[in-house]
Design a protein around this ligand. Structure first.
Ligand SMILES: [Zn+2]
Length: 252
């Protein structure tokens, strides 16, 4: 039995003379490898489909014993030519792809991860994106999509809106903000916590409700950006167990 499904090509490699393995992300299966036998020679079955960062409609089956996944043919939907041409944008796209790979997406979380990556590629293709924002906004958004969704506008202890400007703290482990009143009443947050300003809270709330197309025109005060991105890196390191070091994501 074979089925057709849209997929993002994350990585490819040749094996034997004419065969290609392809690492894919699809909305229903998550990340997996498929084999395109004769893929590097076929001008008909895989035209333009076997390059990283391609969006492809694949017909996907298995070999006779069902032991591995076979890509039978593909139809190219988009190959993001502007992203490929520009090394800076290629780098941003690859950074996002590496993060998705490192997270080890469960198939039940595959749809939001696929949608987020696809929308990010379209945003980069349209000329948006910057090294100051795209990588950490992508990490933040994916962590939120995977179910780690702090409320940045209300105190997690008393439930009141966080209206005043200062004195709040963000507890990384429970993804909760505590207001100044609760903190001074002696209800401290458990575990790792950091001071957080109202500006950073608003920025994080905006990120949580943004889509990649919104990131093309984002601007933030430098200090807000620095603090918000640091909190996101702590949050991602704690909940997803990953940090970016020396050009790759490492388990922490
Ligand atoms: Zn409170």
């Amino acid at each position: 039995m074979s089925a057709t499904e849209k997929a993002l090509v994350l990585k490819t490699g040749r094996f034997r003379e004419a065969d290609v393995w392809v690492r894919l992300l699809t909305p229903s299966r998550g990340i997996f490898n498929g084999f395109a036998f004769g893929g590097s020679r076929s001008r008909r079955r895989f035209v333009g489909c076997l390059d990283p960062l391609s969006h492809v409609l694949f017909t996907i089956g298995t070999n006779k014993t069902g032991a591995y996944t076979v890509l039978e043919e593909g139809t190219l939907l988009h190959n993001f030519p502007e992203v490929r041409k520009d090394p800076a944008r290629t780098g941003l796209a690859v950074n996002c792809v590496k993060f998705v790979e490192a997270v080890e997406i469960d198939p039940s979380d595959a749809k939001p991860a696929y949608d987020l990556l696809l929308e990010t590629l379209h945003m980069l293709e349209a000329g948006g994106g910057s090294s100051d924002f795209t990588p950490w906004l992508f990490r933040a958004r994916l962590a939120f999509d995977l179910g780690f969704t702090p409320d940045f506008l209300r105190c997690g202890v008393c439930g009141r809106p966080l209206s005043c400007e200062c004195g709040h703290r963000f507890g990384v482990e429970r993804g909760q903000v505590a207001c100044r009143t609760c903190l001074s009443d002696g209800k401290p947050l458990e575990g790792l916590a950091r001071p957080i300003s109202a500006g950073v809270l608003r920025a994080l709330d905006w990120i949580q409700h943004s889509r990649p197309s919104d990131w093309a025109s984002v601007s933030m005060d430098n200090e807000v950006r620095r603090q918000a991105s640091q909190l996101i890196e702590l949050f991602v390191a704690y909940h997803l167990g990953l940090s970016w070091e020396g050009g790759m994501y490492k388990k922490v």
